[in-house]
Design a protein around this ligand. Structure first.
Ligand SMILES: O=C(CO)COP(=O)(O)O
Length: 246
């Protein structure tokens, strides 16, 4: 089965309305062939980005809460993210796991809720440097994936993002071989624990210091189906990453 290449731009806590007005036209004027592209601005900018961004690219939230509404000061719901124009939400990002202490269980509940209201999920997993050096990489990503997979019945609404924590924002990108090894293991895990169909159809994308310079070699790996890009998604170079397969 062919998996459509998928590139997400995670702006994290960056961007303003002025930035949207100058940067989005650059994205809109760029070629993007045979690739699914999703831009994830901070939540106050979702509606503006949706209004300005080309129709063929999607918009994602960076997080959401696990119920529709209520006394949850500071949160946004999956319903609200959808209401203002998001089709996707990033869940389980390592910054949510570490800085905001989100557990596998909480992330799984969020995944279940988002999918239940047809908000698609970019589900992030990845090991720390200490875990990698202790030889625990696969144990960690299998544990994180198992929690998420337990809540998924329709895998067409899910993209898995392998983001080794040691590669995020550090300039230390995983080598193509290191990333491919984990991606292939994740795909095998899906075959054994979910289904052959989920394994062959689900996009597994890589994130962590992806740039215009390193994206082409990573994109050549058989089990790397795209990227989740942080810092470089705020620069015109993002377009080169979108077109890494061309
Ligand atoms: O966390 C990331 C994307 O979600 C990766 O960030 P960088 O591309 O800045 O390393």
């Amino acid at each position: 089965m062919t998996r459509k290449f998928f590139v997400g731009g995670n702006w994290k806590l960056n961007g303003t309305r002025d930035f949207v007005e100058t940067f989005v036209p650059i994205l809109n004027a760029s070629p993007s062939e045979n690739v699914e592209v999703v831009v994830a601005p901070p939540s106050p900018l979702i509606a503006l980005v949706r209004g300005r961004l080309r129709e063929d690219w999607g918009v994602s939230a960076q997080n959401c809460w696990k119920v529709a509404a209520g006394a949850f000061t500071g949160e946004i719901s999956a319903e609200l993210a959808k209401d203002v124009g998001a089709k996707w939400v990033i869940l389980g990002h390592s910054e949510r796991r570490t800085i905001f202490h989100e557990s596998d269980e909480l992330i799984a509940e969020k995944v279940a809720h988002a999918l239940a209201i047809d908000l698609k999920v970019i589900a992030c997993i990845g090991e720390t440097l200490a875990e990698r050096e202790a030889g625990q990489t696969l144990d960690v990503v299998y544990r994180q994936l198992k929690a998420i997979a337990g809540k998924v019945s329709n895998w067409s609404g899910v993209v898995i993002a392998y983001e080794p924590v040691w590669a995020i924002g550090t300039g230390k990108v995983a080598t193509p071989a290191q990333a491919q090894e984990v991606h292939a293991a994740l795909r095998t895990w899906l075959t054994s624990n979910v289904s052959v169909d989920a394994s062959s159809s689900t996009r597994i994308i890589y994130g962590g210091s992806v740039t215009a310079d390193n994206c082409n070699e990573l994109a050549k790996q058989g089990d790397i189906d795209g990227f989740l890009v942080g810092g470089a998604s705020l620069k015109p170079d993002f377009v080169k990453i979108v077109n890494a397969k061309l």
